[in-house]
Design a protein around this ligand. Sequence first.
Ligand code: G1P
Length: 290
Amino acid sequence: MKPITKVVIPVAGWGTRSLPATKNIPKEMLPIYNKPVIQYVVEEAQASGMHNVILITNRDKSVIEDHFDHNLQLEGYLANKGKTEMLDAVKHVAEMVNIISIRQKEQKGLGHAILCAKAAIGHEPFSVMVGDDLIFGGTPGIQQLVDVAMSENKPVVGVMEVPWANVDKYGIVDGEEVGNGIYRVNDMVEKPAKDKAPSRLAIVGRYVLTPDIFEYLEKTEPGVGGEIQLTDAMRMLCKERGMMAVKIRGKRFDAGNWPEFLSANIYFGLQDENIRYPLIEELKQFLVLE
Ligand code: G1P
């Protein structure tokens, strides 16, 4: 498989789970400690060799593109004031990756969002990262998929085991373990009923796909929730070409889930020596730690 340099990040969703915070701010711009959610996702892509980021957006999301561009006025101000550390931090964000932005003019589901990237992808393999899913620790999440895609020469989905009670919230993989945490996918199903799920291996928003997925997306009829589901197109891709799944090693936070979002804030705060101890002191005031 050719090297993967392009990542598609769909960011056109309403963020209803995070209302009212997201009434006028894209959910991708909510901060986790000192960076917006989207920056963590882009950093994971960049750390995995993907420097071309295709954002699938809507009319209310241009602030996301702005975040990855220079703000010359701010940079000038910081330079004048001699605030070099801050200046470096804001310049770094602007220089991280190339951004291509494509409007999804109607919200018809994740599969439809990915189809919007067809012309920008062309004939190369590419990755997809769902911006709500943050994965940390060790090898970057998407890199773990790329490693398997390269060695097996097949598209790959990232999975994690979830409790049986939650299988109806995810795409679920039916696979056969062929290596440590690596599965050959037999089939997959989008948001199955709890008693119909083939396993509790849930797709967690990381994919390496080949460009033939677009043919299948074009044929995909609306599925669960009346939406064009990426999982339904991948079932066809899997039948024709075969697919692998890899159990991603790392800690996952679903940024659209308030307890996990808040926990991610504390996780990153605790990692920064400058605020670690003051943060612990703050937390002690209202937490009884056993
Ligand atoms: C989407 C996918 C689903 C996947 C999930 C991971 O669902 O359709 O297969 O498991 O992302 O976050 P959504 O959460 O957009 O409903």
